[in-house]
Design a protein around this ligand. Structure first.
Ligand code: ACM
Length: 740
């Protein structure tokens, strides 16, 4: 492994006509391995000249985006010189900015391109004068990828190019283009015209979230595809930006759109239609000779379009139902001496791998390709966690890490209820930034198989290109830094300052990225006596949480007592950052009481622990994310409450989330018990909970008037799921506020 250097040397001598150099902020992402700032500037007023060594002529186009640079015929006197320098390592570069000239050096086009991207960032951030500095830089990981699903939603070529430009700007080197899906086929295949005529379109599209019941549709035909000419254009565009495009042709699952055009490729007779909603579908390619002929023909045309080394063949989420029911498949399993349908999937992938290898290309597959036996030369994309990647690396297979936990940029990036609809989950910027693609359990040898990582942008809930940008950035910046500068001491505060500057720069150009850099994230503890104690989770460097006092002043006390409506801000010095957070807790009797839970919630949905149930704040009625919901995996919710003194109670209610498609069920019943001491509980209420189609359920607790200090509230888990999604698994119970 390459030793890693990180130097930030700021020389702090001052002169009369120059501002102090320690005020110079260099906001490059990913952070360069070595950066030393010195005194002075190169002034960019008027036209400037560049001289390019002819070995880098293919990179001249970069100056289209550096408008005031003109090519110079001679090296002497040019303001910016791009040198071939064989002393530098492959893909490395150096930059030196001095008051009278600027030099970039590299030994190959990739290195020079990365140098130019850093130079572009310098010019974008310092359009009038670039600080004198010296940079030495090279990437750590070989694979730095971003993905885009153009099947759930389709984006025009111009947008795909814009996306590639952004990837290049942050030094990514792979673009994974997810071209086929249940909901649409997006690449022209000349031998199979119905892929364009039929499979590229769906009749309509689901409105709202998949878990909204009943499903509603927009009634509008939707689709499109890229012609082979357009594909070539995109591939060439990416290639000139040192980005390799990896096409993904999904098999054997996620293939409903193809089956709608060629139903003979399925195990059962159609007709089939391209999916109009999201999820996983039972009809998949049947492993017949007809199917293999079709897929080989498709791959032949794909290989001719994509010069890169990899073809991604999917392999994920392939239900085995249709293979179980098919006599043909059962015969094939016997004939080939396979163990079961997983063996059949492995046979499918291995056969396609052999074909693709015979054409001089390698396959990549999602981690399901490990099941039933890994194809001999496959690279594994580990998405359901890092475990698949660990298994593959230990088996000496190349691995690209893309776990949902850190790399799924379709997840929510904020807990704000103002966020645009997303698939679910929660992946804030800081979590991406803290990602380590190399799991600690790998030994020295196995670590070498981790090629890098990739951010995935699945687009079920991204109907517009603006939304793709909003979801992908700035999280892609965090991933780029993880992959380029690994394993630097990660200073999230320093990163935030650079991201802020980058976001503002793009904003001025009309590119709107998400900005949750100063979002207020609280910790809460209900301490009794009607007080919820509030602190901030760690904030970017130099920032502190402040709460407004009764006179309207903001106090940065560190720890705050919330007893009623409260307004919080993040402050950096005297300056407000980000948006204010106003909380209006409802003043019910259990608010701010001492509470505890018999069973802890699942660590993924643990909010503020028992405090979430009595902090006066209702849970998000639309999604089970956020700190106000507690999720119990197969367990009951049993909450003990100490009201502090004997109080008279006569009413209560509890919030539950109800989303059977997500395995989340309301309780079968709720019970309330009370005691004057902590031991002798007597029953107050036992209530069966009726089924409901509402996602957000508020179960009323009609209590006869009674007096008590101690209460126990139990919500009984639904138990095993008997049918539908999650069948045979324990149900989840999600509980919001417990009001008394
Ligand atoms: C995947 O997210 N199904 C790879």
């Amino acid at each position: 492994m390459r030793p890693y250097f990180f130097f930030l040397i700021i020389l702090s001598f001052l002169s009369c006509n120059d501002e102090p150099t320690q005020d110079v902020q260099i906001n490059i992402i990913p952070v360069p391995a070595e950066l030393a700032i010195s005194k002075g500037h190169f002034k960019l007023n008027g036209f400037k000249t560049f001289y390019i060594d002819e070995s880098f002529n293919e990179l001249k186009f970069v100056f289209n985006q550096l408008a005031n640079f003109r090519e110079s015929e001679s090296k002497n006197g040019a303001d910016l010189k791009l040198h071939f320098d064989k002393s530098l390592a492959a893909e490395a570069y150096s930059i030196k900015i001095e008051e009278d000239e600027m030099n970039i050096r590299a030994s190959d086009s990739k290195g020079m391109f990365y140098g130019l991207m850093t130079f572009r960032q310098l010019v974008d951030q310092h359009p009038l004068k670039i600080p004198c500095l010296e940079i030495k830089d090279q990437a750590h990981f070989k694979y730095r990828g971003m993905h885009l699903d153009v099947a759930r939603h389709f984006y025009p070529v111009d947008f795909v190019k814009q996306y590639i430009d952004l990837l290049a700007y942050y030094k990514f080197n792979y673009f994974h283009w997810h071209l086929t899906e249940d909901q649409g086929w997006r690449i022209e295949i000349k031998k199979y015209p119905k892929l364009q005529e039929v499979a590229a379109y769906r009749e309509e599209t689901l409105i709202g979230h998949y878990t909204d019941q009943p499903h509603q549709f927009d009634g509008k035909k939707y689709g499109g595809y890229y012609t082979q000419e357009e594909i070539k254009e995109v591939v060439a565009y990416a290639e000139s930006r040192q980005i390799t495009v990896i096409p993904e042709i999904e098999m054997p699952g996620h293939s409903l759109a193809a089956l709608s055009a060629y139903p003979e490729l399925a195990c059962s007779r159609g007709p089939f239609k391209a999916a109009t909603k999201w999820g996983v579908f039972e009809h998949v390619y049947c492993p017949t000779e007809t199917t293999f002929q079709f897929l080989e023909d498709v791959i032949d045309e794909v290989i001719a379009l994509f010069p890169g080394p990899y073809i991604h063949i999917g392999g994920d989420e392939c239900p085995k139902t249709s293979w179980k029911e098919s006599d043909f498949c059962q015969q094939l399993i016997k004939h080939k001496n396979l163990k079961d349908e997983h063996g059949l999937q492995s046979y499918f992938i291995q056969r396609m791998e052999k074909y693709i290898n015979s054409k001089g290309k390698s396959i990549i597959g999602w981690d399901e390709i490990l099941e039933g036996g890994l194809a001999p030369n496959a690279t594994v994309m580990s998405w359901r966690g890092v475990e698949g990647g660990i298994e593959a690396a230990n088996a000496k297979h190349d691995v690209i890490m893309t776990p949902t936990s850190h790399c799924y940029f379709d997840y929510y990036q904020s807990t704000s209820q103002k966020e645009p609809l997303a698939i679910g989950g929660y992946l804030p910027l800081e979590k991406v930034y803290r990602f380590d693609p190399i799991p600690a359990e790998l030994d020295e040898e196995a670590r070498e198989y981790i090629l890098g990582a990739q951010g995935n942008v699945w687009t079920e809930y991204m109907p517009s290109q603006e939304q793709v940008i909003y979801m992908a950035f700035p999280r892609a910046m965090a991933l780029s830094e993880v992959l380029w500068s690994y394993p630097s001491e990660r200073d999230y505060g320093d990163f935030v300052a650079r991201v802020e500057s980058q976001i503002n720069q793009w904003d001025a150009k009309g590119v709107k990225m998400a900005n949750h850099l100063y979002e207020i994230k609280l910790e809460m503890e209900s301490i009794g006596g009607g007080v919820v104690r509030v602190k901030s989770k760690p904030l970017p460097v130099g920032c502190a949480l402040a709460m407004q006092d009764s006179l309207g002043n903001y106090r940065k006390d560190g720890v705050f007592n919330m007893t009623g409506p409260s307004t919080f801000r993040v402050m950096q010095g005297n300056e407000f950052k980000g948006e204010e957070l106003r909380l209006n807790p409802s003043a019910h009797l259990a608010f701010g009481s001492k509470v505890s839970l018999k069973y802890p919630p699942h660590s993924k949905y643990e909010g503020f622990g028992a405090t979430s149930l009595v902090n006066g704040i209702s849970a998000n009625p639309k999604a089970y994310s956020g700190n106000e919901w507690l999720g119990f995996d197969g367990k009951d919710m049993v909450l003990s409450i100490d009201l502090g003194s004997v109080k008279e109670l006569s009413y209560g209610s509890i919030e539950f989330f109800n989303s059977p498609d997500s395995w989340i069920y309301p309780p079968t019943e709720v019970m309330v018990e009370a005691a004057a001491d902590e031991e002798n509980y007597f029953p107050i209420l036992q209530k069966k909970v009726k089924e409901s189609s509402n996602k957000h359920m508020v179960v009323e607790l009609p209590l006869r008037t009674f007096e008590a200090r101690y209460l126990r509230v139990r919500a009984r888990n639904h138990g095993m799921i008997k049918s539908g999604q999650g069948e045979g698994n324990p149900a989840w119970l999600f509980v919001g506020e417990v009001v008394l």
